[in-house]
Write a protein that binds this ligand. Structure first.
Ligand code: FAD
Length: 317
């Protein structure tokens, strides 16, 4: 017994005798966010006996006679060191697999440019917004100027009537990937936004503090009024359908048919019945009608599940 207890379990050999665990990746190990952002993830995985298979792109899950996965097919990927591009080779490899976990990646949100082409310039891969800085040039006004490669820059190419759009975090090529970088992007970028208001700051710097506070309070009040949504009325249309009408000024004015919203109650305001707080899951609801003058937006709810049934309990305000 003592001898058995002293012996360390050899889990790696055991797992490998069962077929092992392989991490199959479309790119090279050194391209993976795990390696680039936190190489210890890779180190620990290798210590635990996980195989790393590089340059393989998944093409097919092969089912057994019961419909459960028995293998995965991959197409080998070629890496071109000169261009840094990856291309499919056409060469298919099959790996036996009983349990398959898919790690879904993320991509920057450039959907606005896809919906309204020509609004923003994208980078050479059409993946991220192209980085620009904002400078005062010959006419004494602020304008966007393309940033040099690697130069910290926080603006998109958008420029209209002296207005610009900055971007950070996962949307920014130098800061995408994790929460720490997202926070760093805001820390590094906010001063560039402040610089745009140098004239206003110089002018207002001499105002008494109370007056400056009141300017700020007005801005906050405008943002609250325009951006926040409040329930105005819940109208029962049929025994199983209600119309939730919200006041959402900016959204009501910008509404286009087909747009939909996420509706959910606040935990602190949800009714409590027999000690259970009646929380709603987020409901996806299509806008039914808008009143642009009164800033109203309506969403029709079919009471089919718990969350949709809770809509009739929503209170004004
Ligand atoms: C599954 C998963 C696990 C992760 N795990 C980790 C981890 O363990 N550690 C770590 O550091 N990072 C992790 N990350 C990465 C991390 O979540 C992101 O890098 C980080 O949240 C990026 O911050 P962000 O502010 O740039 O974007 P986000 O946090 O995505 O914020 C963008 C916000 O903008 C909103 N938005 C989008 N479009 C519009 C619009 N048109 N109008 C108004 N609002 C809009 C979105 O709803 C969202 O709330 C993980 C990511 C995922 C997906």
């Amino acid at each position: 017994m003592r001898r058995l207890r002293a012996k360390k379990p050899d889990l790696v050999s055991l797992v490998r005798s069962w077929g092992g665990v392989s991490l199959v990746y479309r790119k090279r190990l050194q391209d993976s966010p795990a390696y680039r952002l936190n190489h210890e993830e890779v180190q620990k995985a290798l210590e635990e006996g996980i195989n790393f298979v590089e340059l393989m792109s998944p093409t097919e899950a092969v089912p057994d006679e019961y419909g459960a996965v028995k293998a995965l097919k991959f197409e080998a990927v070629n890496y071109d060191a000169e261009t840094g591009k990856f291309t499919n080779s056409g060469e298919i490899h099959e790996f036996p697999a009983r349990t398959v976990c898919v790690a879904a990646g993320t991509s920057p949100n450039v959907i606005y440019e896809k919906e309204k082409p020509g609004t923003f310039q994208l980078d050479e891969w059409r993946q991220f917004f192209k980085p620009f800085k904002v400078e005062r040039n010959g006419d004494g006004k602020l304008h966007v100027a393309e940033a040099a490669k690697g130069e910290p820059a926080f603006f998109t190419s958008y420029e209209r009537d002296g207005r610009f759009i900055s971007y950070y975090g996962d949307n920014h090529p130098q800061y995408a990937g994790n929460v720490v970088k997202a926070m760093a992007s805001a820390k590094h970028g906010y001063s560039k936004v402040v610089e745009l208001f140098a004239d206003e700051l110089a002018e207002r710097g001499s105002l008494p503090q109370a007056e400056r506070d009141s300017i700020f309070d007005k801005l906050v009040a405008t943002l609250d009024e325009q951006l926040r949504a409040y329930v105005v009325k819940v109208v029962r249309l049929t025994p199983t359908i209600v119309d939730v009408i919200v006041k959402a000024p900016l959204q009501a004015r910008k509404f286009d048919p087909g747009q939909f919203y996420r509706l959910q109650n606040f935990e602190t305001q949800a009714p409590v019945v027999d000690g259970t707080r009646l929380m709603m899951e987020g409901l996806a609801l299509t806008g039914a009608w808008v009143d642009e003058e009164a800033w109203l937006l309506s969403m029709i709810v079919l009471e089919m599940g718990t969350s949709s049934r809770l809509c009739s309990l929503l209170k004004e305000g």
